[in-house]
Design a protein around this ligand. Structure first.
Ligand code: GRF
Length: 213
């Protein structure tokens, strides 16, 4: 399956996808990495892996429709079948989201629908919850909303600061995004009434209790 990855920054989730795609038998190939930020570090990761890169700078477009038409042109040119948002920091209009309905996925660093939006780890720590995580989901016009494909639960430690918690969640992100893309590319993911069903999954029984003792 031909995958486009949209980024705005450092691209560690992109790197996880690049590494997954390099494994024999992985059913997806990254056909383009597209950034709205000209110097995004993630572009270097793509170049190092020999992947086509494009920049569509939102500041060079008068409005969102024009910006998104430029995105669509790149996606069509590269023959993308699935679009992955991996730290892409522009909100997309209902028009774009609708054109890519159920073929556009995002990764978010919380257990959605909790902690939508920015600064998730800061808010998690302020609330004192003992569990957080990450979510890969289909994109809908509302921010950080849409059918959930894969989630990981990640414990919050009392000594955590934002960076420590972000690092622990990021480790989970790097496993969840390649897993979700693989399941999708294998044709096993279906959206039924705004819930996802996945054919042939193994579901864990273990619970994660924090603290343990
Ligand atoms: C990740 O935390 C992702 O969940 C969020 O943006 C961050 C991107 O990080 N959407 P990276 O660029 O993949 O390192």
């Amino acid at each position: 399956m031909k995958v486009a990855v949209l980024i705005s920054g450092r691209g560690t989730n992109l790197q996880a996808l690049i590494d997954a795609c390099a494994a024999p038998g992985y059913p997806a190939e990254i056909v383009v990495v597209l950034s709205n930020v000209p110097n995004a570090a993630g572009l270097d990761r793509a170049r190092a892996a020999g992947i086509e890169t494009r920049t569509v700078d939102h500041r060079e477009h008068a409005d969102r429709d024009s910006f998104e038409a430029a995105l669509d042109a790149v996606l069509a040119d590269r023959g993308a079948e699935l679009v992955c948002l991996a730290g892409f920091m522009r909100l997309l209009t209902a028009g774009f989201v609708g054109r890519w309905n159920d073929r556009l996925i995002n990764i978010h660093p919380s257990l959605l629908p909790s902690y939508k939006g920015l600064d998730t780890h800061r808010r998690v720590l302020a609330d004192g919850v003992r569990m957080t995580g990450c979510t890969v989901h289909f994109v809908r016009p509302d921010m950080d909303a849409g059918p959930v494909i894969v989630q990981a639960a990640v414990p919050v430690h009392e000594a955590d600061d934002e960076d420590a918690l972000a690092a622990r969640v990021l480790t989970a992100e790097h496993r969840c995004f390649p897993l979700a893309v693989r399941l999708f590319a294998e044709g096993r993911v279906r959206v039924v009434g705004e819930r996802v069903t996945i054919a042939g999954v193994t579901e864990p029984d273990e619970m994660l209790i924090n603290p343990m003792s």
